[in-house]
Design a binder for this molecule. Structure first.
Ligand SMILES: O=C(O)c1cc(=O)[nH]c(=O)n1[C@@H]1O[C@H](COP(=O)(O)O)[C@@H](O)[C@H]1O
Length: 278
């Protein structure tokens, strides 16, 4: 077997070391309150610092939800920059959950913002929406491939509203399957440049076998999915690429750093116990 290259090798090293779990940093306002922090940019920054310290050295992948930072304007972006840099410095892979998607030249600007080395927001991967056409994501795919980073593309999302569009038939397969197939074609080079989002909240009906890229599965915890259900949803052969994700389910353990870390480790151990060894 040829050794993994590109994002594939970085991802495999991270999950081999820390286990298959993506922890989301979603600073909901009610979580700030629950943590005894002010509902302000200062509270947001403190929330981020606590997460970096507790989760940065622990989780394989950390996914800051950009929306919660954006709503505080420039101070929110400053807090996000610190979260991204702090988690990366602590050895975690950072997946910026920005869900970007636009036409080619604008997509290129988004790609630079989230993936280029000289961007203050540079992450290891970014989420993207393919619903302006999978091909419109090409600038981000190229940037990611060149830098051994990844683009994680929405295929079959965890929310109930996604079904009508994503399960619609187009040319003999579902829209979601066509996205998986487009991602698989790019991943034929073994670099795992494109991953897909497949929610852990319901049966997805997808053939993920040829993907050879990360399967981000949000929905653990607050949205009701459990680690024990994962093997019913994802075939054994796909589990090596499976990255279950939880945000509020872990953040609810804060603000104590040791409790947050323990919640992350417990969720990771549950996932690893439920899944086949990679
Ligand atoms: O791209 C995502 O991460 C995502 C895709 C999806 O299908 N469903 C989904 O919940 N998410 C994100 O995952 C996080 C879920 O948060 P919790 O429900 O608190 O675990 C949020 O930041 C969502 O935006």
């Amino acid at each position: 077997m040829t050794p993994a290259a590109g994002f594939a090798s970085r991802y495999r090293a991270a999950v081999a070391d820390r286990g298959r779990l993506c922890v989301g940093i979603d600073p909901h306002r009610d979580l700030l309150v629950q943590w005894g922090l002010p509902e302000s940019a200062d509270g947001l920054a403190r929330f981020g610092d606590i997460c970096v310290e507790a989760l940065g050295p622990t989780a394989a992948v950390i996914k800051p939800q950009v929306a919660f930072f954006e709503s505080y304007g420039s101070a929110g972006f400053a807090a996000l920059e610190r979260v991204i840099t702090g988690c990366r410095d602590a050895g975690a892979l950072v997946l910026a959950d920005a869900k970007r998607g636009d036409i080619g030249s604008t997509m290129a600007a988004y790609a630079r913002a989230w993936l280029a080395d000289d961007s203050p927001l540079c992450a290891d991967a970014v989420t993207a929406s393919p619903y302006l056409g999978f091909g419109s994501l090409q600038p981000a795919v190229s940037e990611a491939r060149d830098l051994s980073r990844a683009v994680i593309v929405l295929a079959r999302t965890s929310n109930p509203e996604g079904a009508a569009l994503q399960s619609a038939q187009a040319a003999g397969r579902t829209v979601a399957q066509s996205i998986v197939d487009d991602a698989a074609a790019i991943n034929a080079d073994g670099r795992a440049t494109v991953g897909v989002v497949v929610g852990a909240t319901r049966a997805h009906g997808l053939d993920l076998q040829g993907l050879r890229g990360v399967i981000l599965a949000p929905g653990l915890g607050a949205q009701g999915a459990t680690a024990a259900e994962l093997p019913e949803l994802f075939a054994a052969a796909d589990q090596q690429w499976l990255l279950p994700a939880s945000s509020r389910g872990i953040l609810g353990a804060g603000p104590s750093g040791s409790a947050l870390r323990a919640a992350c480790e417990a969720a990771r151990d549950e996932v690893e116990a439920a899944l086949r060894a990679p």
